[in-house]
Design a binder for this molecule. Structure first.
Ligand SMILES: [Zn+2]
Length: 879
């Protein structure tokens, strides 16, 4: 056990910073054995909170070489250095501090602060990485103007980048050179960035709405020069969209994107210099799948949008992380919806939320969108902060309407430009711009847990009235046993016997009767009565998933089939299909001998596969069966093996009975034309590859030849990887081996494709995968220092290969624990993220619980466990 417990930090303890930094002048000397950082800080006591306080700066793993106050060296007795801080007791109200530190970027495996990746220097400072570079008040409410001079060997590092505009460059002795960057906008230090390397540059330009020309530059390794076009195109579309939809114009003269192979996160929005994980920015038709193209578009947009929602207006403290992340995820999902299929986009967002965020909300790490406490802030880059946070902003958009929301966001940016603020100030701007009281709505930020809304209805034939009653409740979560009702925008429609949308005439409401209404639930129980109805309607509940809640209503299978066909809300048509399939899978779990699948499901899927007039983007989503992860989330005590068996039986029956329709669907959607990531083409490829995977699931011979042909003749990665995945998951032993070998031989020099090759194998539900996964860890392309490789093997196994990870003998749990322990010492952020599949052990059946708990205990027993892993493991085992 560790000797001292990490400290918990509380929101209620927030105090203003005692010192403000007006200006930071940095000079980096980069060498092969380390880096010297010269920092000159213009400091000033904060008039609102700095009286009498000593100066205390954060620092981590730094060697202090020099310290001067107003040009005078400080005596050693005048300051104290600890492993995490530098403290000077006596300082004037306004002064200059010169600090020189020595750091070791080449030994930095945590990938926080300044580190080396594939021969280049780069940084990651969010949340608390800047303190690994130099001593500084490392908190987001200290905003300063930065200038940065970078010096390095010119041959090895011809490109030297930092935030802002480049104002000076020149030659130095010994073949070295320098570039100086000046960022005119005050920023918190987590937005600082530096890159030095031998990179190729791709250029483009963008003309803003006021006519300014912006220089767009993308920097990648030379071998990736041809993989930049889609990211640059996405960037320009994001810039235009943010002007049109939010009225936000870009502010610097240059916008830069850099691709880095070793990166803990997806990407980082550093001011003017976004740094991306290579897997989230590089694309080409023959190496990136449709999903990768969509991810690149969304992440490029996300990071760009942060320039306003995050950089110009930033967070006061890390408890407010959702202020920038929830709002920006909402913005990027609006953007993606506008660029592609809005219904498909909504379905993808909700599927992720309901599977993974709902699981988080009911587990030991459950926390409000604005948390009250944390030990390690890196553990709070969660689905609750990002995805639920985005849903909360989306509800504001629904309640205010598009124009009211725009008025609110305009006011927010106008009021707080250049400030570090809280989620409360965001809601206040919405209130003030719309003249609404959102006191109750603020509970979405304060209460953890997923609200449950139980709906009951009754129809009065004589009066022609229909009543809907809503009861809301929120389960207890760690630290919050009592919950209050929340403000839930609940969109509904009513559907008549012939599938027609009915007018929603509320009793006592003389206004129009629209075909869709957003009911505002604010009390524990509320009833709404609709009049003018001849027959009992079928309710379409929570249209477009208008709030992140669980709906309980006693649908019959016939009602769900009816909604699948007639609901005018595309999201709810998909959702009805999911509910129906879940119901059928769950009933098979209860009767393991039953082999017959409800024939109505087969009929419904036959209709989906055969009717080419339907929206194909929606059809391809409707054909995806509920995932095992979602079925686990829905279970009270999940038995993974029986979930897997029941789901597989449904898939088998559907594939066997619809075999001819699958072949026809495959042929109809085959397209040998040039690759384009358009919504229509993406839907067609997805349909075709779903059909293929189902055919191979039943070992169909014709399916097999189609897959082999597709694998060898594919003109794009979506089709090649689709065929490979289908073959790898099939029983055609020779084909799986030969296609895996051929794929690796073809792409062994492309790290992103090799990562796909790893994850397709690690996620395969076939028996014996764990041995194969262990072998992959020995493969020459595997690298323990590269987070993408770890995610593509260990992450894919524990997160997607649920039947093998939850193997009855506990081998999957022991495997994960062993590797978390090893990674804890080198990269604690990544190690802590890998713990997640074990955390909800209490929600599993007895056959799983003991093994999961034992794995957590084994991890907890490691001496000097990192703060990151300690927090997740101890919270999982507590209570
Ligand atoms: Zn973000």
């Amino acid at each position: 056990m560790r000797t001292s417990q990490p400290q918990t930090i509380y929101l209620k303890d927030y105090r203003q910073p005692p010192f403000l930094v007006e200006r930071v002048d940095l000079r980096f000397e980069l060498f092969e054995d380390g880096a010297r950082v010269h920092s000159t800080l213009a400091l000033r006591r904060n008039p609102d909170g700095g009286q009498g306080a000593p100066l205390e700066l954060d620092g981590d793993s730094l060697v202090l070489e020099q310290l001067e106050l107003d040009g005078e060296s400080l005596a050693e007795s005048a300051y104290q250095v600890t492993p995490s801080s530098l403290r000077i007791d006596q300082v004037p109200d306004e002064f200059s501090l010169y600090v020189v530190t020595w750091i070791l970027p080449q030994d930095n495996t945590r990938l926080e602060g300044l580190y080396k990746s594939s021969g280049m220097f780069c940084t990651q400072c969010e949340a608390e990485g800047f303190r690994c570079i130099t001593y500084f008040p490392d908190r987001p409410d200290v905003m300063a103007r930065f200038s940065t001079r970078v010096e390095a060997d010119k041959a090895r590092y011809p490109v030297l980048l930092s935030n802002g505009n480049d104002v000076d460059r020149g030659e130095l002795a010994d073949g070295r050179h320098y570039v100086t960057w000046e960022d005119p906008f005050p920023k918190p230090c987590y937005l600082f960035a530096l890159v030095a390397g031998d990179l190729t540059e791709k250029r483009d330009t963008f003309t803003t709405m006021s006519g300014r020309s912006i220089d767009l530059r993308m920097y990648v390794e030379h071998r990736n020069a041809e993989k930049c076009d889609y990211a640059l195109d996405s960037l320009k579309r994001s810039m235009r969209w943010d002007e049109e939809v939010y009225g936000r114009e870009y502010d610097l003269d240059i916008f830069m994107i850099v691709a880095v192979d070793d990166f803990n996160m997806g990407a980082m929005e550093n001011k003017g210099l976004n740094i991306f994980n290579s897997s989230c920015v590089l694309t080409s038709a023959d190496t990136a799948t449709d999903a990768a193209f969509q991810r690149v578009e969304a992440i490029v947009a996300h990071e760009y949008f942060h320039n306003w929602s995050g950089n110009r207006v930033t967070c006061r403290d890390w408890f407010q992380l959702s202020l920038k992340e929830g709002f920006t995820v909402f913005r990027d999902s609006q953007f993606s919806a506008d660029m592609g299929s809005p219904t498909a986009q909504r379905i993808d967002n909700v599927a992720l939320l309901r599977t993974a965020q709902f699981a988080e909300d009911s587990g030991p790490m459950a926390h409000p969108v604005r948390p009250d406490s944390y030990m390690e802030i890196s553990n709070f880059y969660t689905l609750t902060i990002y995805e639920k946070g985005a849903e909360v902003v989306r509800m504001l958009h629904t309640l205010m309407g598009a124009d009211g929301f725009r008025a609110g966001s305009d006011l927010y940016f106008e009021r707080h430009d250049g400030q570090a603020v809280t989620t409360d100030e965001f809601v206040k701007a919405m209130e003030d711009a719309n003249g609404r009281d959102l006191t109750l709505f603020r509970r979405w930020y304060q209460q953890a847990g997923t609200p449950v809304v139980e709906v009951s209805d009754s129809f009065d034939e004589t009066a022609g009235t229909y009543q809907l009653t809503f009861r809301q409740s929120i389960p207890a979560t760690p630290g919050q046993s009592e919950k209050l009702p929340q403000h839930i925008p609940f969109a509904i429609g009513l559907i008549g016997e012939n599938g027609q949308s009915l007018p929603l005439q509320l009793v006592g409401d003389s206004g129009d009767a629209p075909e869709e209404r957003v009911l505002e639930l604010t009390e524990q129980e509320q009833t709404f009565t609709f009049e003018g109805l001849n027959a009992r309607p079928v309710p379409s509940l929570l249209r477009e998933f208008s709030a992140p809640v669980k709906v309980k209503y006693p649908w019959t299978r016939d009602q769900l089939l009816f909604l699948m066909t007639y609901d005018s809300d595309g999201f709810n048509r998909w959702d009805a299909g999911q509910r129906l399939t879940v119901d059928i899978i769950q009933s098979l779990m209860d009767s393991p001998q039953e082999t017959v699948v409800d024939p109505r499901l087969v009929t419904a899927f036959r209709h989906l596969l055969s009717d080419s007039r339907l929206d194909q983007a929606l059809v391809t989503k409707m054909l995806q069966l509920p995932t095992e992860a979602y079925l686990i989330e829905l279970a009270d005590e999940a038995d993974v093996q029986s979930i897997h068996k029941a789901r597989t039986r449904v898939l088998n029956q559907l594939a066997l009975q619809l075999r001819d329709e699958l072949i026809a669907c495959y042929r109809r959607n085959t397209d040998d034309g040039a690759y384009a990531p358009t919504p229509d083409a993406i839907a067609r490829r997805s349909l075709k590859n779903t059909a293929l995977s189902w055919l191979l699931h039943i070992n169909d011979e014709e399916g097999r030849s189609l897959a082999l042909r597709q694998f060898s003749k594919a003109t794009n990665m979506t089709d090649q990887a689709g065929a490979l995945r289908a073959l790898v998951n099939s029983d055609f032993e020779e084909d799986r081996t030969s296609s895996l070998d051929a794929f690796y031989a073809q792409f062994s020099d492309d790290p992103q494709v090799v990562e796909q090759w790893f994850s397709i194998q690690a996620a395969s539900p076939r028996a014996g995968t764990l041995d194969a996964v262990s072998a992959l860890l020995e493969h020459k392309a595997f690298d323990w220092k590269n987070p993408n490789k770890i995610r593509s093997v260990i992450g894919a196994f524990a997160g997607q290969n649920l039947v093998n990870f939850h193997a009855a003998d506990g081998s999957g749990y022991r495997f994960l624990a062993q590797h978390i322990l090893a990674l804890d010492s080198t990269n604690p952020q990544i190690a802590a993220r890998l713990v997640s599949p074990l955390t909800r052990w209490r929600r599993y059946s007895a056959s799983h619980r003991e093994g999961m708990k034992a794995a957590l205990e084994q991890i907890q027993a490691k001496p000097d466990l990192s703060k990151d892993v300690y927090e997740v493991v101890s919270k999982s085992l507590a209570g």
